[in-house]
Design a protein around this ligand. Sequence first.
Ligand code: FAD
Length: 286
Amino acid sequence: MKVSDIYRNGKRSLSFEIFPPKKDEELKNIDETLDVLCELKPDFISVTFGAGGSCNCNKTIELARKIKDNYHVEPVVHLTGLHYDRGQIDEFAKALKDDGIENILALRGDIREDIPKKDDFAYASDMVSYLKKNHDFCLLGACYPETHPESSDMVDEIRHLKTKVDAGTEVLLSQLFFDNSLFYGFKEKCRIADINIPVIPGIMPVVKAGQIKRMVSMCNASFPERFRKIVDRYEDNKEALFDAGMSYAISQIIDLLVSDTDGIHLYTMNNPKIAKKVCEGIKNIV
Ligand code: FAD
């Protein structure tokens, strides 16, 4: 099933993001994670992609196949273009097609000093155009409610996003944020720019002290006072921080749902407890 079909009749989506485990022994844990995640009946699960890895043996595809075949949940495969050429992307697309995978989150990927970039896909929109013309996938794209770190301002951000959407992106998944008002402002700017596809907010329940500062600096995310107070108070109390972090994320999600958002994309960090707690917290919210 193509993810874009979910939204046709005004349905909202619930989706999870997971990453392939780095070590083989962690593969067993991912099965336990998937058991819990899939029981929560998400509309899709997206699987991240390590930049610069070999197209053939990437664990992303293996995990996506498992989600589809063993759990009968729709996978979305993340794919970064910056470090690959057209031939490699064709190879990857063919492998996905052979496995019946129909959805790609088409990304540029981060610029990295240690991995040489190739010339074919300088921006995500270049890969979207190429995949659209040469293959048959539902293409999703990333968006940044607080701007991408490389963008000079929101005007630049929206202009380039519009190019990516016009190239064939059908659904947008957002970078994580902690302040809903910034997401609402961003969505409004999208509408003004005639970007009329579903824009799904990405929510990451932050439940560990070390995680918070890393996330905020990596993702350009603002850190609202209400959230800062939770962290200041409970950073040395693991259990309290888990409860308070979960409760903050659930209240963010409820606010998004009552504000007619198209869905919720949950960054699970491969922690099934997080997804389960969120689903319990919103089970009667429609
Ligand atoms: P683009 O859409 O190409 O944008 C990148 C920057 O270039 C922006 O500043 C944009 O404004 C600018 N730009 C775009 N087009 C042009 C143009 N024509 N001219 C000038 N400037 C332009 N990374 C991974 O490695 N693996 C993953 O699995 C992964 N998953 C992600 C999932 C989500 C939901 C998100 C939000 C990000 C994810 N990332 C992942 C991170 C992503 O790869 C980085 O943020 C990357 O730096 C940008 O990718 P993009 O697809 O958003 O790029």
